[in-house]
Design a protein around this ligand. Sequence first.
Ligand SMILES: Cc1cc2nc3c(=O)[nH]c(=O)nc-3n(C[C@H](O)[C@H](O)[C@H](O)COP(=O)(O)OP(=O)(O)OC[C@H]3O[C@@H](n4cnc5c(N)ncnc54)[C@H](O)[C@@H]3O)c2cc1C
Length: 381
Amino acid sequence: MDFELSEQHRMLKSTVHDFVAREIVPIAGRVDRTGELPWDCVRKMGEMGLFGMLVPPAFGGTGPDRLGFLIAVEEVATGCAGLALAMSMSTAVAVTILELGNDEQKKKYLPAMARGERLGALAAVEPGGGANYPVTLQAAARLAEESYIINGTKCFISNGGEAEIYLVLARTDPQKGPLGIAGLIVEKGAPGFSFGKSDNKLGLRADVTRELIFQDCRIPRGNLLAEGFLVKANAIMAVAMPALGAISLGVARASLEASMDYVKQRAVIGNQTVAKFDTVQEAIASMIAQVEASRTIVYQAGAVPPGKPDPTPFLVAAIFPCEAAVAVTNQALQLFGTYGYTADFPVERYFRDARGLVLVAQPLELRKLFLGRLRLGLPPM
Ligand SMILES: Cc1cc2nc3c(=O)[nH]c(=O)nc-3n(C[C@H](O)[C@H](O)[C@H](O)COP(=O)(O)OP(=O)(O)OC[C@H]3O[C@@H](n4cnc5c(N)ncnc54)[C@H](O)[C@@H]3O)c2cc1C
C-alpha cells in the first residue's frame, strides 16, 4: 500500500481541516453543553459534499471514495466527535440503501441524503439488550396485504428525531433466529412512529441519540430493504466500523495537539515548563505512537478495494484506534493537571467522547470477539 496521500486527498484534508477550524471548533463546546445536532454545520457539510462521498454521481454523490470519507470523518472529529458520528451513521444508512435497495428506493432516498438534507439513522438496539441484538431483537414486522405493520421500541439511536430516514431492524420470521431479521425503511412521520426520550449522554452529545417507538406503525410493502438483513448488509462493517476508528483518530489527534501546546507553555517551577520533565516527554511519545499507528490502520481500512470479503481491516480499525483514543485522551487529561479536568479546556470533552466510541454500534469486547472467532474459524456467536 502507498502511504502517501494523493494530491486530491491532501486537498480534501486541508479543505475540511480549514472548515472545521472556522465553523466547528467555535461551536463544539456549546453543542456539547446543549446536546444539539448543529444543523448549520450539517448543511454546510452537505454543500461541501461530505455526506455523499460514498454515493455515486448517479444518485447525487461524488463517490465512492472510502479513504476520502475516512479522512473527512477524522478531520470533522478533531472539532466535534458527535457530529462526525452523526455524519458516519447517516452515511452507513445511505450505503446500505445503495447496497441492498432497488432502483426506486435508491432514487427516492439517496440524492437528499448525499446532500446532507435528509439524514439517515440505523435502528438496531432495543431496551431489552443491545450488544447481542441479532439474538435478543424483539421488534416485529408483519406483512398485511400491501403494508408492513411494525411494533417495538429502539433505543440509543443516533440522529434519532433529527433523521428523516430510519433503517429499522425487525423480525419478519421469528422461526429463523438472526436470519429472520429484516431491514425496513421507515420515514419520519409514518403513522404509528413516534419518538421517546433523548439521552443525556456523557459524551458524543452532538450525536443526538433517542428512543424510537413503533406502535402498529404502517409502512408500504415496498419499503422492505432486505430479508435476512444481517447476512446481506456489509455497510455496517465496511463503513461504520472504520468510521469509528477515524472518529477515534480525530479525537486522539486533537488531544495530542492540545497537550503538546499546553505542556510547552505551562510553567510549573519558575520558568520550567511541563514539557521539560522526562516522564512528560515519554507520555507525549507514547501518544504520538498511538496516533500514528491508528492513522495507518484507519487509512489502510479506507484503501481496501470494494467487495473484499475479509472484514479484518474494518474490525481492526474499530479496535486499536478506539482503545488508543481512550488511552491518549486520558493521558491528555493528566498532562493538563486539574485544568484539564475542568470545562475550561476541551480535553475533558475529548475523553468523554472517546469513552463513548468503545460502545457505539458494538461494544469493544464484541468487536474483538467477532474478529477472534473469525480468524480462529469459529462461528460468529
Ligand atoms: C453514542 C452512541 C450512539 C449509538 N448509536 C446507535 C445507533 O445509531 N443505532 C443503534 O442501534 N444503537 C446505537 N447505540 C447503542 C449501542 O450500539 C449499544 O448500546 C451497544 O451495542 C451495547 O448495547 P447495550 O447498551 O444494551 O449493552 P448490553 O447489551 O446491556 O451489554 C452491556 C455490556 O455487557 C458486555 N457484554 C454484553 N454482551 C456480551 C457478549 N456477548 N460478550 C462479551 N461481553 C458482552 C459488554 O461489556 C457490554 O458493553 C449507540 C450507543 C452510543 C453510546
